[in-house]
Design a protein around this ligand. Structure first.
Ligand SMILES: [Mg+2]
Length: 352
């Protein structure tokens, strides 16, 4: 287990049905009703469910499901458009509050974060309760929290009792509480791995653990196989990442009004590209891959990327490549957002 300090205490916070809960908060008349947030909020149009309230989940509605399917399952559901601005505002408020409890926070999404609470004097349960109470008092929202010696177990723990749960796991709890869980509950196991595991006769996390590291490495490759084994044993050494070197530099712009013509999109793309290149230069990077992202009025989002033969920070090359990418996207609807990203970053070499 190497350096997995058994005394570490990591807390994972996961907001309950976040988008739907924020919507209900500002529309109290929706409380107790099945609410689905997704796309433009029109279930007769294309789009998928971003979040379903717990009331809607009872009808079988879940995230990533087409809105039309959700409508069939639950005609009484209230459908609302996604309003990231509002969710981001609430999310920021929560993250700020978490940082007051411990400066060691890893922000992993709009509705979740890890917090290293090792240095706090209070017992874990008391900190967990305090965080839940403060979030509720300041935002009116509930969350589920897990506390464990590492990030992996903390994440599994927060998922054990949803909504509004608080679960504390010790390494000794792994055989009894974690092994009976479906393999899919192990972070890193997606639908494809799950399918492959099933073919191999593996259904639970305990089944993974029982196969042993050699067998798993043989079937899933050195690094992922080893990960699966350690994860199933509850071992995980990845630290809280409070900040890291950027893997990409990007800019995006959401138009005040959805843009209907190519010129508006092109002008924005040119400005964003210039910004990206100047930040790259400031931070001393060159990049190989240029990605352009377009989000349409209905939140359909397309991106196109091109990788150059050589990393560069040349504005002209970047602009040309970005426009090449834009040219591969059919602007068939009004455009809500345009973004550009430079990735495959390499430190710029000085030839002086
Ligand atoms: Mg959540």
């Amino acid at each position: 287990m190497g350096g997995q300090g058994l005394n570490k205490r990591i807390l994972h916070v996961d907001m309950d049905a976040f988008f739907a809960s924020v919507e209900v908060l500002r529309r109290p008349e929706l409380k107790g009703r099945p609410v689905v947030v997704g796309g433009s909020g029109d279930p007769t149009r294309r789009g998928v469910v971003s979040t379903a309230s717990y009331e809607a989940r009872r009808f079988g509605v879940h995230s990533a499901m087409p809105l039309r399917t959700a409508l069939k399952l639950c005609p009484k559901c209230v459908f609302l458009p996604v309003d990231y601005k509002e969710y981001a505002r609430v999310s920021e408020k929560i993250k700020k509050m978490l940082l007051e409890i411990s400066p060691l926070m890893e922000d992993v999404g709009i509705d979740e974060a890890y917090l290293d609470i090792t240095a706090r004097a209070e017992p874990s349960e008391q900190i967990g309760r305090m965080i839940k109470e403060r979030i509720f008092r300041e935002t009116g929202l509930t969350c589920s929290t897990g506390i464990a010696p590492n990030k992996l177990l903390a994440k599994i723990a927060s998922d054990l009792r949803k909504p509004d749960g608080l679960t504390i796991l010790c390494p000794g709890d792994v055989p009894e509480l974690i092994w009976p869980l479906n393999a899919r509950k192990l972070p890193g196991v997606g639908p494809k791995t799950e399918e492959w595991l099933k073919i191999l006769g593996i259904n639970t996390i305990g089944d993974i653990a029982s196969k042993g590291p050699e067998w798993l490495r043989d079937k899933f490759g050195q690094s992922f196989g080893q990960y699966l084994y350690e994860a199933a044993m509850g071992v995980h050494e990845s630290p809280i990442i409070t900040e890291w070197k950027p893997k990409s530099i990007s800019r995006e712009e959401t138009f005040e009004q959805d843009a209907a013509n190519w010129q508006t999109v092109a002008r924005a793309l040119a400005l964003l590209t210039r910004d990206v290149v100047s930040s790259m230069r400031e931070e001393g990077y060159t990049a190989r891959t240029v990605t352009v992202k377009i989000r349409f009025e209905d939140f359909e989002t397309l991106s196109r990327a091109k990788t150059l033969k050589q990393a560069t920070d040349d504005l002209e090359v970047f602009r040309r490549t970005a426009f090449e990418c834009l040219g591969r996207i059919e602007l068939k609807k009004r455009v809500r957002l345009v973004g550009v990203r430079a990735s495959g970053l390499e430190p710029a070499r000085e030839f002086s």
